[in-house]
Design a protein. Structure first.
Length: 436
């Protein structure tokens, strides 16, 4: 099959250029200045007019919960990866909050067998740091290191210093990375939201910001002692950003991520809904501003979704009684474009670095530059489209998001992965006479 994509602004080597792309049998066969491929496009099976749209390599999300094996009522690999494709993603890195937890080769295989059968885009697991994610005994790192992109106990921090030191030494020995959920359990105390006026007025339990930033400080110190590369998950506080910034100045091998809800919202926008229950919680305006500054100056290296679906019942108890976790694969690019690029904080090129380039570099993941001879793995977005977030239209089984009802710019029109169309907007299908 031969496909031609006409008139798009194509991201290559750090900048956008207006090009026509031809894909033959899944491989990019030509890239030429827009208009120069008109005669050739006549013999294409399908021609997609992407004038004024933007094409970029498929995005990578290093923090996703696909819930299989063990919790398929919340999400499945099939539905989660389809949601990812709809959001413009080519690669998802999955968290180990599973049953069985991937803490050894046998338990990891239970997950990878499902991925191999059901995933429509690239999925790479992370193994656990400790057995069963219990924080007391280091996992069988050596059995899993060749089949995972890193190690984490996400959902809880490893609060035992001796255990974490042992894990870091093992992970370093095997050339991998630890992605730490930085949270001191005794400080967080299972609190529902940030320590703020809304919590005090409504009598809702709190998770103080120090539960995160003190753990960030401790994790950095252990990395300094062991030399183990570290990645800090879902950064939400000003102090965390400052500790990470200083660690980079000190030469620590560290990267960090944040999520769209941490730069889009602050705690004076909370409502008593499960849509706003996540861990770490949405913080103050000063924290939000620090997150944005960290993305601007390179302290924060990437944007991840922490896509964490739950059932309707699990999210219907308000802030206090709902489980922590919101979905994000289908809104992440639009939310990031709206709140960062459209708002004037960063350029579109910087956003592609944060969501496609940097995650692959840090976690040694496949990055498909848009080049002749490479498999077609890219997404196209119309940035001019403004829509209202309606969770009832999501592909993901999860429906809980703080962006419900928000107006966001950008719509992913089509996503290709390894030469296959894995998502196409209905409008573009009709316009291009495409039936898939």
């Amino acid at each position: 099959m031969k496909l031609t994509f006409k008139g798009a602004n194509v991201y290559r080597s750090g900048c956008f250029k207006k090009l026509d792309i031809t894909v033959e049998n899944g491989i990019i066969s030509s890239l030429c200045p827009s208009g120069a491929s008109v005669s050739d496009s006549r013999v294409s099976d399908f021609v997609f007019n992407l004038d004024n749209c933007f094409v970029f390599p498929g995005l990578t999300d290093v923090h996703v919960h696909l819930r299989e094996p063990g919790f398929s009522y919340k999400e499945t690999v099939r539905r989660g990866t389809l949601a990812g494709a709809r959001g413009g993603f080519a690669t998802l890195c999955t968290m180990p909050n599973l049953s069985p937890a991937p803490d050894c080769a046998e338990n990891l295989k239970a997950q990878t067998d499902i991925i191999r059968e059901d995933a429509v885009i690239n999925v790479v697991p992370l193994g656990t740091i400790t057995m069963g994610r219990k924080g007391t005994q280091v996992s069988k790192i050596e059995e899993m290191v060749n089949d995972v992109c890193g190690f984490t106990d996400d959902g809880s921090g490893v609060n035992d210093t001796a255990v974490m030191r042992e894990a870091m030494l093992k992970v370093k020995e095997h050339g991998s990375i630890i992605a730490e959920h930085c949270e001191i359990a005794s400080i967080a105390n299972k609190g529902a939201i940030n320590d703020c006026e809304f919590a005090r007025v409504n009598g809702i339990s709190v998770s103080h910001p120090s539960a995160e930033y003190e753990a960030v400080k401790d994790t950095i110190e252990l990395s300094r002692q062991t030399g183990c590369p570290i990645h800090i998950c879902h950064v939400s506080t000003k102090e965390s950003v400052e500790y990470i910034r200083q660690a980079k100045r000190d030469g620590i091998n560290i990267t960090a991520e944040t999520a769209p809800h941490y730069f889009a919202f602050c705690d004076d926008e909370l409502v008593d809904s499960g849509n706003f229950r996540m861990n770490p919680p949405i913080r103050s305006k000063r924290d939000r501003d620090a997150i944005i500054e960290g993305l601007k100056d390179g302290t924060l290296d990437m944007i991840a979704t922490d896509h964490a679906p739950h059932s309707f019942e699990e999210k219907s108890g308000g802030l206090e009684s709902s489980l922590s976790g919101v979905v994000g694969l289908e809104t992440a690019f639009a939310a990031s474009y709206t709140y960062l690029v459209k708002a004037g904080h960063i350029t579109l090129e910087r956003l592609i670095e944060l969501m496609a380039v940097n995650p692959c570099k840090r976690f040694s993941l496949p990055y498909n530059e848009i080049n002749v001879g490479e498999p077609a793995s890219f997404a196209a977005a119309d940035l001019s489209i403004k829509g209202t977030v309606d969770p009832d239209t999501f592909i993901s089984l999860g429906r809980s998001t703080p962006f419900t009802g928000k107006k966001l710019y950008s719509d992913i029109l089509i996503t290709l992965h390894n030469g296959r169309i894995v998502w196409c907007d209905e409008w573009l299908k009709r316009k291009s006479n495409l039936f898939i």
